[in-house]
Design a binder for this molecule. Structure first.
Ligand code: TYM
Length: 328
């Protein structure tokens, strides 16, 4: 079986963007692949975090992934800081990554613009740790949204370079990026991506929003003035709503266009809101149940950490040997 790795930062409750761009795919992949999924708390501290809040959010994210269909019996579901191999490999890989490459990362440029008072070295080397996450398990496939594509390319380059300098060591991973929902946009500013760090909560749907909140946010979603439900350049708002609807219902754009010909945006927005609310209801209910059973969650992440450490040990040993560290 091929191997899958993916991760998500515990910087808040996931948005519909995280869900449709990545997590929705993680569950179904479990049957065909050996899946390893991680809450990447070490990535989260590249931006200043309140410790109590980070701890709470990491547990919430862990429960949310289970609520989204990741089965801790089928997959390895663990918290990044519980497996030191990521940080260990990251150091080595950092010595095979150029300053110039990291300087070109668009997420680094964005984030350093937004956090001008804390452009720390971790923010800069973030993609190296991400490469280590993936490569330490020799993952074949990495299911992510569009915004992680550049980081993934870098991980591939680093793997190829290391393999070239020594001998084949790492699997060069492929991305697994959804067609219609790789980049879900903000509901209020459809020119920018939906993000959990958006200061305006009307811009994003949190996957724990209740039905009324979801419907209200969709009702207010920014569209355009030509009144036609069709996917076309320049119609960012409608294109985004169509992508959301397509991703959840499985309908293609042509089918959606004919479903709503002659109907107004009001009807369309209501239909999108309802399908999102229906899709997220079971997640919300499962989440509430899981958060009531902390002992279960703890047992799961403890087991996940053990499995993750076992799986990565061999790769790290091999790398240490190849670069010339004395074996202990
Ligand atoms: P993060 O936590 O920002 O997001 C988690 C996943 O959600 C996707 N995503 C989106 N997809 C579609 N539309 C959006 N608006 C949207 N916003 C977010 C992201 O592409 C991602 O797949 N660096 C990663 C975490 C990470 C990782 C890894 C991922 C660390 N190590 C190794 C894969 C493999 C991140 O910050 O994701």
């Amino acid at each position: 079986k091929k191997r899958i790795f993916s991760g998500i930062q515990p910087t808040g409750i996931f948005t519909l963007g995280n869900y449709l761009g990545a997590i929705k795919n993680w569950g179904p992949l479990q049957d065909e692949y050996n899946c390893i999924y991680s809450i990447v708390d070490q990535h989260a501290i590249t931006v200043r975090q309140d410790p109590a809040k980070l701890r709470r959010q990491s547990l919430e994210c862990y429960a949310l992934l289970i609520a989204c269909g990741i089965d801790p019996e089928k997959s390895v579901l663990f918290i990044q800081s519980h497996n030191p191999a990521h940080a260990q490999l990251s150091w080595v890989l950092g010595c095979f990554t150029q300053f110039g490459e990291l300087s070109r990362m668009t997420q680094f440029k964005d984030k350093s613009q937004k956090n001008a008072d804390n452009i720390n070295a971790g923010l800069f080397t973030y993609p190296v740790l991400m490469a280590a996450d993936i490569l330490v398990y020799n993952a074949d496939l990495v299911p992510v949204g569009q915004d992680q594509k550049q980081h993934l390319e870098l991980a591939r380059d680093i793997a190829g370079r290391f393999n070239g300098v020594y001998s084949p060591t790492f699997t060069v991973p492929e991305g697994y990026i959804p067609k219609t929902s790789a980049k879900i946009m903000s509901l209020t500013e459809p020119g920018k991506k939906m993000s959990k760090s958006d200061p305006n909560p009307n811009g994003y749907i949190s996957i724990l929003d209740d039905v009324d909140t979801i419907l209200r946010k969709f009702k207010r979603a920014v569209t355009d003035s030509d009144g036609e439900v069709c996917y076309r350049a320049g119609k960012d708002g409608i294109n985004n709503l169509m992508s959301i609807y397509a991703s959840i219902t499985g309908k293609d754009f042509a089918a959606i266009e004919s479903e709503f010909t002659g109907k107004g945006y009001g009807d369309f927005k209501m239909a999108v809101g309802e399908c999102v609310a229906d899709c997220l209801r079971p997640v919300r209910e499962d989440f509430a149940r899981l958060m009531g059973d902390k002992a279960y969650l703890q047992a799961c992440y403890t087991k996940g950490a053990e499995s993750a450490r076992q799986l990565s040990a061999k790769c790290l040993r091999k790398v240490y040997k190849k670069v010339g560290f004395i074996e202990l």
